[in-house]
Design a protein around this ligand. Sequence first.
Ligand SMILES: [Zn+2]
Length: 377
Amino acid sequence: MFNFKKSLMYKFLTILSFLLIISSCTEKSKIPVYVWMGHSDKMTDGELKDQFEDLKSKGIDGVMYNGGHEAETYRRIGKIVKNAGMEFHTWIPTMVQGNNPKLNAEWYAVNGLGESALDKPAYVDHYQFLCPNREEVYDFLAELYGSIAEVEEVDGIHLDFIRFPDVILARGLWDKYGLVMDREFPQFDYCYCELCVTDFETLTGINIKEVEDPSQVEEWKQYRYDLITNLVNRLAEVVHSKNKQINAAVFPGPSMSKKMVRQEWNKWNIDSFYPMNYNDFYLEGTKWIGDVTKEEVTSVNSSKPIYSGLFICPNPEKKASEADPENHGLLPDEIEAAIKESMDNGATGICLFTPGRMTDAHWKAFKKAIYTDYKKQ
Ligand SMILES: [Zn+2]
């Protein structure tokens, strides 16, 4: 009797493991996909449930959700996302912080003309960047991300705007702002606050305010890469201490991200990277996505996942007549090539900006592309 039961159990286990192998093979044939998404106060729980179940059915594995600073919002949304079977990451800007009673005016970054990013932000009104060198700024961010990482439904903290303001704008944005950014200009160059200038002089003996062209001082560049890197690594300790993941949206590179926004992100101790490989912002095609993905994967020695961020065109038929690059992006007939370039060059998966911009034609091409086997690196 006992042996009979045992042999039945073995049979059962053999069938079970066979089924598991089959199902894991099926799983493997789909690439991992994340999406960046904003929050709407108006949606009911039922509407949110339908929306997230729809995304899951389309092949989405995780959501980077931008819902403000309140832990309660993330508890509510996170529960619905998790029930739909997806990962839930909170997408909360880091250095860009608007007016907030918790933040003092002197903690904001200062440009090479001595202007504060609080009162005189570069390019657009919301470019109110904090100084990454202030201990008070670290305290504010550690408390913000630490409290949200404590929410049970949160799988990870997703940093964004974790950088300086663009000292060089992406080529596709020059016309929009009427600029030729062939070199660094003081009004877009940060941070020359008293603390940064003094600390840099203590460290190197160089008074950067007396230098005619600060862009030629290699130590000054490295100093600012390190300010961001140190801040990220300290925040990573906070989030990891809550047993949660931490990842970030970064500029392509790090060769470009260093030059444009002073992100030497390959040195960050975080769990994964979401480079915004937005080809249209650089007036490039899908081949470029492959080139930058290769650099990104190589820069971290293939030791951490790179999810290639893809910028979707919301109105494909109007792209040619649209002047604003914010309305450009990948067309439905480019999405397969964009995904293939990313995957063939070592990306672990992709991240869409945004699912709301995807047309039916995008989803159709997307479905084919995510269920394709790509060559292993
Ligand atoms: Zn500063």
